[in-house]
Design a protein around this ligand. Sequence first.
Ligand code: HEC
Ligand code: HEC
Length: 386
Amino acid sequence: MKTPLYGTVLFTALVVLAATGAGMAQGTAPPLGLPPVPYPEANPQTPEKVALGEKLFNDKRFSSTGEVNCAQCHKADSAFTDGPLKVSEGINKLTGTRNAPTVINAAYFKTAFWDGRSPSLEDQALHPFVNPVEMGLKDHEPILAIVRTDPDYVKAFKAVFGIEGDAVTMTEVTRAIAAFERTLVSGNSPFDRWYFGKEENALTPQQKRGFELFVNQGRCVSCHLIEQTQALFTDNLFHNIGEGINDIQKDVPALATEFIKAQATMAEVDIKVLSDKRTSELGRLAVTKSMEDIGSFKTPTLRNVAVTAPYMHDGALKTLRDVVVHYNHGGVNKKGDPVNDFLSGGIRPLNLTEAQVDDLTAFLESLTSPEYAQPARTAAAGKKEN
Ligand code: HEC
Ligand code: HEC
């Protein structure tokens, strides 16, 4: 009987570890509703590397003003976003064009950024430091100067990567940051406990009706995937759902042609999409230079969406109900402008009643992990007071 008992104890320990979410180590079971975290071979996870990554994520010295760190726009207590900001604020309060997506569960995404212009978390971490509206450095040299000389960093890089001095490069800096981000994994929401855990009362009757709408009449699940044993709520693909783009419809063909002709390098694209609102609206086209990707953005996960308002790449939709209404109208904006020619075929009026809109909204509120449930409650309380 010893072996099974040992197995049970080990299993329980894993579940307890997984339930704490943040700080999940490589090899531990993922939380309910999520697959194992994919770790790149070149960047294995160690606790020391994760701790170093967290320190780098929080270091304000890596910005031109010494005031902005990654955490400013990805705050732990706002579910790793900068909500309620519509678009992010970087150095000197300069505003970008896009809403900060959460870093929670970004470990599972096939690409990073709303237009997928970065292939990995390691690559992504290079960008904000040198974006003029984010951390504002001219190049990465000031970061290297600090991590190569600050005694704490010298010690940490030596312990984690076995190197020091000029051998320390942005490769190690970004690997450590990515390792930290891969610990921000959260599932185990009421939805997960109901759907995967078979806990009948984890969802309210209204949320269960909302789930039916999510998979059937609303067709949400065709892009926000729920699979047999896991739900990432994204297909990792890009779609035009009519957000933002309808506002600049008339100008789009000229704007797109001009953009494609300019043959911008990736570094230029990075700056242009975050500093020019109209270019931002071109979406995935900025990466593929293909007209059919006009106004397409990456399907975001819906996990913890109740605590990450406002919504969409431009942060233009204030509440989850506004989002559901947007879909119910088939992507037509509030001004009633005609929908753009590139709208995804999956976006058509849904003919949901007001009560069904409420049900679907309630379902989206069931996707909050316990670690982030407190801010969700505060947000809900705030809504009622206003
Ligand atoms: C000034 C605010 C700001 C700062 C500082 C910032 N970010 Fe972001 N972050 C954003 C915005 C806005 C986006 C979306 C940009 C886009 O899609 O074009 C983003 C996107 C991301 C993504 C992609 C998530 C996804 O779903 O695609 C990750 C990961 C990320 N940031 C991590 C970081 C790290 C690591 C740092 C520090 C090196 C950092 N961010 C600094 C605002 C910021
Ligand atoms: C054709 C694919 C597709 C379908 C169908 C779809 N979505 Fe989306 N969803 C997306 C994309 C792409 C975005 C991001 C669009 C943007 O920012 O412009 C998004 C964004 C969202 C957001 C905002 C998340 C955030 O973090 O800002 C919510 C909430 C959402 N969808 C819920 C739903 C619901 C509910 C339905 C069904 C009524 C649905 N979606 C149907 C692709 C889809």
